[in-house]
Design a binder for this molecule. Structure first.
Ligand code: PLP
Length: 402
């Protein structure tokens, strides 16, 4: 049997939406993007949603709008994908990496220690789809108001550190009865090909800023900013007699095309009612199987306050060294099951080493990484696949550990 790690979910509805876009005479940003934004608003209760062409570009856009730059700091976890740090670098600020807790998510006491008068934003990551403790993070930024040194109009208006959730994994996750999207100021979903909902490449920025911000107005600002700062998008300009436009911001060119948004429109139709419940079912099946194994540490699934979106199944092998973990991955791969490691802590990667980050400063991230293996989890997996995966994984682990 051969089992891929994370193939995209493509059904007839998805194909139909893409064809509709191709046949419509309009393939870049237009009605399909707006429809996807509306679907995400409905699914999350976010006051406004702006789609762009990736999580990364969306985060750069938000940090630029906030006005961060040289000398500013943005706090991120060391345990994440490189894009979290890259967005900060491209906005001109310095990523301040902090260590995580035993749920893989950024530890609030470490955020607290890292806050300085230069801190402009915090980007917590909902690792694997497990929501961070947003009450704790939001309370912390309120508590640290005194320390905040605003520069420019947006920062003056906010008067505190901005929280931008890296929810690349967590569309559909819940925290204290609310969906990711409304748990903090701004939440960004990734719609990359391997994520729970995809447009091949894409990102969705949920706007949930407090008064006196106006999220509708901010939608228009960010939309314009995502299109070179041009006052009219190409669709508006294509109407007879409306050729004239102005450029009002030093914008980026990061808009999502309709033909890609169409994939997401088809997926969102079935995400909450079909795709997400299937992911949860598989997660629970894995958990009940691995609970019986004394070498397994199962990932977080649900508490009274939190419910995962089950993007990844990050299994940990108790006591396994990095070498043994790599042998397990090799052995499992030889029997046709593609697994993965999420993530190499950022200080392990060359760029960040050159920038001066050191692995030793992140003992928890290093420990979590050493024995982590992400198993396949997606709705196309059959019962037969799952039975095969757990069999191959446990046989290989027991063979390597013996
Ligand atoms: C995938 C991912 C991103 C980047 O998303 P893109 O849409 O590819 O830019 C950012 N953060 C995390 C945690 C991710 O897994």
């Amino acid at each position: 049997m051969k089992i891929d790690f994370s193939p995209p979910f493509i059904n007839d509805k998805v194909k139909e939406e893409v064809l509709k876009s191709l046949d419509s005479g309009w393939i870049t940003t237009g009605p399909q993007v707006r429809k996807l934004e509306e679907q995400i608003k409905e699914a999350t209760d976010a006051p406004e949603v702006v789609c762009v062409n990736s999580w990364t570009s969306g985060a750069i856009l938000v940090l630029k709008w906030l006005g961060v730059g040289e000398g500013d700091e943005v706090i991120i976890p060391a345990y994440t994908y490189a894009a979290t740090a890259m967005s900060v670098i491209h906005a001109g600020a310095r990523p301040i990496m902090v260590d995580v807790g035993e749920d893989f998510n950024i530890a609030i006491e470490n955020i607290e220690k890292a806050i300085t008068p230069r801190t402009k934003a915090i980007i917590p990551v909902d690792f694997a789809g497990w929501p961070c403790d947003y009450d704790g993070i939001n309370d912390l930024v309120s508590k640290k108001r005194e320390l905040f040194v605003p520069q420019g109009e947006v920062q003056e208006k906010l008067g505190r550190i901005l929280v931008v959730a890296d929810a690349a994994h967590s569309i559909g996750a819940m925290y204290k009865g609310k969906s990711t999207g409304v748990l903090t100021d701004i939440t960004i979903f990734s719609l990359h090909a391997v994520k729970n909902v995809t447009t091949a490449e894409g990102g969705a920025i949920c706007l949930n800023l407090p008064e006196p911000f106006n999220n509708d107005e901010l939608y228009r600002t960010l939309r314009c900013y995502s299109l070179n700062g041009q006052t009219k998008d190409a669709l508006a300009k294509s109407k007879a007699g409306s050729w004239k436009y102005d450029i009002i911001y030093p914008g980026l060119k990061i808009n999502l095309p309709d033909v890609l948004a169409a994939i997401g429109v088809g997926q969102m139709e079935v995400y909450l009612d079909d795709i997400l419940p299937k992911r949860k079912e598989i997660f629970e099946q894995y958990n009940s199987f691995f609970e019986e194994k004394d070498w397994a540490i199962e990932p977080h699934f649900r508490t009274d306050d939190q419910q995962s979106s089950c993007h990844l199944y990050p299994l940990r092998i108790k006591g396994a060294t990095e070498e043994q973990r790599d042998l397990i991955i090799q052995g499992v791969g030889e029997r046709g099951v593609a697994v993965n490691v999420h993530f190499q802590p950022l200080p392990r990667l060359s760029l960040f080493k050159q920038m001066g980050y050191q692995e030793e400063a992140y003992p928890m991230a290093m420990q979590m990484y050493t024995n982590e293996i992400s198993l396949p989890i997606y709705p196309q997996l059959s019962q037969e696949h799952i039975a095969y995966i757990v069999k191959v994984v446990s046989e290989t682990v027991e063979n390597v550990l013996k």
